[in-house]
Write a protein that binds this ligand. Structure first.
Ligand SMILES: [Cu+2]
Length: 144
């Protein structure tokens, strides 16, 4: 008889603790999990022809009109653009295309002729202009 009571107590104790554990597990489950969605931005740099500050505005605006762009910086002296973008929203091809549509040559695509013809005179860059210049670059003084 004593043995039976003892084993009943043991069973009850085990049952109680396992209940407690279950309760704890549930509690943990319902805790809000911190959702951190890190966007991986891709940096890229490529050649873009252009002359002046107005070109800079046009080129950068064309790129910034796309979704997922976090950086668009055209270097007037080096004839290149630095971009940073969310690869889940856009891609390099789309960026080249946007620039070409605004009238500017990239090292991959020729600028739209129509858009080029509509550019202000000072922006009608030379189509044979070198792009992505490296090293020291002289300022030709067209930075208005
Ligand atoms: Cu210009």
């Amino acid at each position: 008889m004593r043995k039976v009571i003892l084993s009943l107590i043991v069973i009850a104790a085990v049952g109680f603790t396992s209940c407690k554990n279950d309760a704890k597990k549930d509690e943990k489950k319902s805790e809000p999990t911190e959702v951190k969605k890190d966007v991986a931005y891709i940096d890229a740099s490529f050649g873009v022809r252009g002359n002046c500050g107005m070109c800079k505005t046009t080129i950068e605006k064309a790129v910034n009109n796309l979704d997922g762009i976090s950086k668009a910086e055209w270097d007037r002296l080096r004839k290149k653009i630095d971009v940073s973008f969310d690869a889940s929203k856009t891609n390099l091809d789309a960026i080249h295309k946007a620039i070409a549509n605004s009238g500017y040559d990239t090292d991959k695509l020729s600028g739209s002729e129509d858009a080029y013809n509509n550019l202000p005179g000072c922006c009608k860059y030379d189509h044979s202009m070198e792009m992505s210049l490296k090293g020291e670059v002289k300022d030709g003084g067209k930075g208005h």
